[in-house]
Ligand binder design. Structure first.
Ligand SMILES: *Cc1c(COP(=O)(O)O)cnc(C)c1O
Length: 364
């Protein structure tokens, strides 16, 4: 007997999510001391001082359970986004709310539509509950909304759209999404995953669309621009009835107290957010200039990362970079075997990555 035979069918077929390699692991396995990690789209600035102070204060109460309703954070979000607190569902990272959505709305004979090269959690969350994932071929590495619309049938319960998408950084314009929402049947939930929305250099109003499209769900996170990946806090914005359903199946204390306190503080720290954006913009320019110098093509990105085509087996380049003490992310698992995804770091980290890449590719 194998326990795999005992597992529910979707779970037995699952491949676990592959995270970016931890710095300590590289130090342990390769004996490399001086390591930089540009692999998990974390904020290279380090946490906001306001968030650190809030965590220090909240930690004095850590013998107590968190506020299971997340009152303070929901109020702060509601005010900032001009929504009712009843439209907000908090999660242990936005990963948590993505899974709650799958569990609440898709069952065994149901289908979930997402794009080729899209965020790995969508197929994972789909398979884990025994539903069928439908990966729609991408167009120029990004979402092909016409093809995704065509993939919707009577079994479809959910559509996931990552905007910007990870790992490609591709972006779908507002008018395209609105045209899509206009045509999607109202009983199909459209989940717009906006994990990188704070990095946009343009006006963006998806939250306003919640008024007109009750089947729209927007998910966001404090892990990226707000710099709180280690604390695990994200949220969904939706119709109150959808939020009510997610609320029924979430763990009662899925958003921990330190994370809630830090998130409230981070939301109020506009200076930190602006610094994060500025650093990202400068780093993006720096990397693009470096790629052009190395004559490497890349996928234009709206996020805090960029996928570069290394014109060879990216797994080998990834490995060679590890020996140089540079951790990036291979994305063969996303159907991109010649690309590496690099998170934008501080200027000196970006330079070190470019130098290492140049050396590994035999260009210097
Ligand atoms: C990073 C990321 C998330 C989730 O991050 P959490 O840390 O779980 O909030 C969700 N979607 C996309 C596209 C991401 O890249």
């Amino acid at each position: 007997m194998s326990f795999c035979d005992l597992a529910v069918s979707g779970v037995a077929e699952l491949q676990p999510y592959v995270p970016g390699k931890p710095i300590e692991e590289l130090q342990r396995q390769y004996g490399v001391r001086d390591v930089i990690k540009l692999a998990s789209n974390e904020n290279p600035l380090g946490p906001s001082k306001a968030a650190l102070a809030a965590v220090a204060k909240a930690s004095k109460e850590m013998t107590r359970y968190p506020d299971g309703n997340g009152y303070a954070l929901k109020m702060a979000l509601a005010e900032k986004l001009q929504l009712a607190p009843e439209q907000i569902t908090l999660g242990n990272g936005s990963n948590d709310v993505l899974e709650l959505l799958a569990r609440a709305f898709a069952g065994k004979s149901d289908e979930v539509v997402f794009s080729e090269h899209a965020f790995a959690v969508y197929p994972l969350a789909t398979k884990a509950i025994g539903a069928t994932g439908v990966a729609v071929p991408a167009k120029d590495y990004g979402h092909d909304l016409d093809a995704m619309l065509a993939a919707i049938n009577s079994r479809t319960k959910l559509v996931f759209i990552a905007n910007p998408n990870n790992p490609t950084g591709t972006w779908v314009e507002a008018d395209e999404i609105l045209a899509f929402l206009e045509k999607v049947p109202e009983q199909v939930l459209v989940v717009l995953d906006e994990a990188y929305v704070e990095y946009l250099d343009q006006q963006h109003h998806a939250v306003d669309w919640l008024h007109d499209y009750h089947n729209l769900v927007i998910t966001r996170t404090f892990s990226k621009a707000y710099g709180l990946a280690g604390l695990r806090i994200g949220y969904a914005l939706s119709h109150p009835e959808v939020a009510d359903l997610l609320n029924r199946i979430r763990q009662p204390f899925n958003a921990n107290s330190l994370a809630q306190a830090a998130a409230v503080a981070a939301l109020g720290d506009e200076t930190y957010l602006q610094q994060s954006r500025d650093l990202n913009q400068a780093g993006m320019k720096q990397l693009i200039a470096g790629f052009e110098q190395l004559d490497l093509s890349f996928i234009p990105s709206k996020g805090n990362f960029i996928a570069v085509n290394v014109q060879s087996n990216a797994a080998e380049v990834y490995d060679d970079l590890l020996y140089e003490g540079v951790i990036v992310r291979p994305v063969a698992g996303y159907g991109l075997p010649q690309h590496l995804r690099v998170s934008i770091g501080r200027a000196e980290e970006n330079q070190r990555f470019l130098d290492a890449l140049s050396s590994v590719l035999g260009r210097s």
